[in-house]
Design a binder for this molecule. Sequence first.
Ligand code: PMT
Length: 419
Amino acid sequence: MSTKTASQHSIVLGVSGGIAAYKAAELVRLLTDRGHQVQVVMTDSAQRFVGPLTFASLTGRKVITNLFGETDSEIRDSSIEHIDVAQRSDLLLVAPATADILAKFAHGIADDFLTTMHLAYTGPVVVAPAMNTNMWRHPATQSNVAQLAARGVTIVEPDAGDLACGMVGPGRLADLEQIVETAEGALEGRTRTDDLASETVLITAGPTQEAIDPVRFIANRSSGRMGYALAREARERGARVVLVSGPVALTPPNGCEVIPVETAEQMHRAVLERLSESTIFAAVAAVADYRPRAAAPTKLKKHGEPPPLELEPTPDILLEVGRLKGGRIVIGFAAETNDVLENARAKLAAKNCDLIVANPVGSDTSDTGFGSSLNQGWLVDSTGEATELPSMSKREMSARILDKVVHLRKAVESSRSSR
Ligand code: PMT
């Protein structure tokens, strides 16, 4: 499966020495899969955790490990290499970034290739810290991070969770897809805005699971990536975010309140409980339309005829929110295998949405939609007008959806004030 995007960039990936250094190999794969050229630079301590050969094999390029080469000619070449690499690349990304590298960047120390290149570099810089919780929380680290952020460096905040050192708390390297999305945002010059600061966004994401018996269920291929990307984008644009999530294997975005659910019934209940505080509702979840009428109390045994599976409809959450809409902006999604726009427009009208994201799904579009990090389709508004969304990351698509929401909000406010 190819996931290449149109815009290819040259990225220097700095790997510094922490237990998360091994995750940089997967990061290289994600970046190269998306068409970027990656030059890996490793610090001395990073090489104690992973060998340069791993990155050389993945990128097909020599990994830079030294400020000075071994031989005379290497020394002559290497002395200007950091300037040359700095001039040739579109982005400097450091993942994982240790407390040490953050301190060196903050204070302009240049004692190896990575730190020297950092000083010679004038393009965008993104750092993804990973370290022990106490080191991350230490005032020295926090002050270094604040200095870097004030200087325009983008920080991909570490996730909270179980750390390799046995502690629990913030310090784990952020989700790799979040790092890629942030890096691509920096490459596209996307600047942070707070244009959703007055909004509370309620989002459903992921699949639902409807029990057949205690061990089996009906579900679907939704990974939750689209809903989580929308949550992350809304949060970074200043919104308060409540994410009602079916069972997924994703790290929740920082700063979002997550309500885990399993079934359509639970998702329905959670949405109705939190609806009154929301100003925007986005139904991204792939909710089961039907569930077994009664789940068997014990595991079904294989003997004789297969047992009949009688189904009943689940509550249609989006339909109900559309009825209770009030002043909120309601966004639906439509996963369609055929007549995509026609079906999406019908759903938009039937469920009283302001916007619907129509995404083609099925074997022809296996690179996008369910499970993929990419999506494509159309953004249809209540006049029926459709804007094409070509294949792009789910984060980028989320940004396009929320741009439209901001536009709708402004249109409502200006029509109110002109009355
Ligand atoms: O999770 P990913 O792997 O990232 O994949 C993303 C996605 C393909 C799941 C997503 O982009 C998407 O299309 N979500 C909606 C899928 C879907 O179930 O569409 P639908 O046409 O069946 O439903 C239409 C709308 O009604 C959806 O907004 C759905 O959330 C909502 N609905 C449907 C049934 C139901 N009982 N309650 C609902 O709220």
